[in-house]
Design a protein around this ligand. Sequence first.
Ligand SMILES: [Zn+2]
Length: 331
Amino acid sequence: MAPRDLIDLHIHVGGAVAPHVLWSIAHAQGFKLPTKNYFEFVELITARADKVANLDDYLAIMHTWTEKIQSSPMAMERSIYEVFGKEYRGSRVSQMELRFNPMKRNLHAELDLDHIIHASLRGMDRAVLEYGVKAGLIFCLAREFDHALNAIILDKAIRYRHRGVVGIDLAGTENEALEKDPSQLDLYSDLFARARAAGLKTTVHTGETAGTGAEGVMAVVERLKPNRIGHGIRAAYDESAMRALREQDVVLEICPTSNLHTHAVSGIEELRHIVQTLLDRQVKVTLNTDGPYLLETDMQSEVQLVEMHGIMTPAQVDRALATAREASFIP
Ligand SMILES: [Zn+2]
């Protein structure tokens, strides 16, 4: 049987660049690393379930090392070029939407944001030319940034829309207070409305953290009206959240290995229950990697994981791949 043509809609540049590439970039720039041993470095930037207690630990690895090493135009051009090439060669991912926060790559405004973005687009262009992949970039707004900074990221996404920036995302750990006060999301609703009006597509990280309910997913659907939601798995515990997703036609970006490694789910059993519940209620789901190197996975492994453990049947995987193509932000 010919291998499936795969698609990945949810993949962060901060978790997708091979350690040897980051190592090489760091050395090319004279970056001071905490170790001179390559294998210790690999250990430092990999997030296995036994090393990571929760989502914050996972994000800390990205913020502390990979994002810093990627903070230059040269680093971003090479990083993005390498991610597309690797996923295509290694996993036959022929369509990919790669996301990052450009403002976490400009050393707190020491570097010019437009240079970072142009370099990123150059990296993508080179990969598209070499491998014939379909590709797009998503700019992540950050929950920990204030409104003014997020507005600048949106402005950049709009400016570069015709060059291959296909959408925006809202990323970062969800504030626990959000559960009680969904109006906090109104801080972003004008930005999301402006993105939509400019022709950008939108997605939001939510419903990922274990122990939280489906309220966050409901609030995001109602207040930000995104096309897709990153994770959103907590919705499986709430009928009204699943109804809202179905009625508003919001597609979930499920990242199985990521949820297992960050302990967003207790294990395979819970993940199977969640995915089967979502599918049973006709919520549209897709399969994604989130951060292939950080999590030591790739799209082929994600497909194998869900099929091997009966989380999805092969037919359901085919359906998820078709859904991903329909829900892709790439025109
Ligand atoms: Zn993510």
